[in-house]
Write a protein that binds this ligand. Structure first.
Ligand code: RP5
Length: 159
């Protein structure tokens, strides 16, 4: 079995329609991952248990939450692994609440915050690949080929 490298955690099952987009590039680059519901507010003991053992299992954590979105910051407080945050689009404030509650971390505890919603989740997966590629030459070369292919698909002219 391949070693798990990435954990994708989210505050609620209701975050999955957004968070599933974090798996797009992990699947494309054949990177193994786990998914779990871990709520900073509803399951604080689960969060503590997950974060305190995370370095034994993972290299990168992607954490998505909406509303009062404390999951990414609390996860970053409990582990030195890189935490990539996804502000999930919320019903009340369209994810502005999620973004602001994630992004403004106090000095000394870092979270890498992505865009609100699907693009943020997709890019969280991409960022995880980029982090893993810094210590994996073969993955780096596949990532560069992927980027070139993306560049090549952008037309010069408007049709
Ligand atoms: C947050 O509350 C979750 O991350 C989710 O985005 C939001 C709403 O959760 P549910 O009430 O749908 O479970 O903790």
């Amino acid at each position: 079995m391949k070693q798990k490298k990435v954990a994708i955690i989210m505050g609620s099952q209701s975050d999955w329609p957004v968070m599933q987009h974090a798996t797009t590039l992990l699947n494309a680059f054949d990177i193994n991952y786990d998914t779990a519901v871990v709520s900073a507010h509803r399951t604080p003991s689960r969060l503590y248990a997950f974060a305190s053992q995370a370095t034994e299992h993972y290299s990168v954590i992607i954490a998505g939450a909406g509303g009062a979105a404390h999951l990414p910051g609390m996860t970053a407080a409990l582990t030195c692994l890189p935490v990539i945050a996804v502000p999930v689009t919320s019903k009340a404030l369209n994810g502005i609440d999620s973004l602001l509650s994630i992004v403004q971390m106090p000095k000394g505890v870092a979270v890498s915050t992505q865009a609100i919603g699907e693009p943020g989740a997709y890019n969280a997966g991409l960022m995880a690949v980029q982090i893993l590629a810094t210590s994996d030459a073969e993955l780096q070369s596949r990532l560069e080929a992927w980027r070139q292919q993306q560049t090549d698909t952008v037309p010069n002219e408007v049709e």
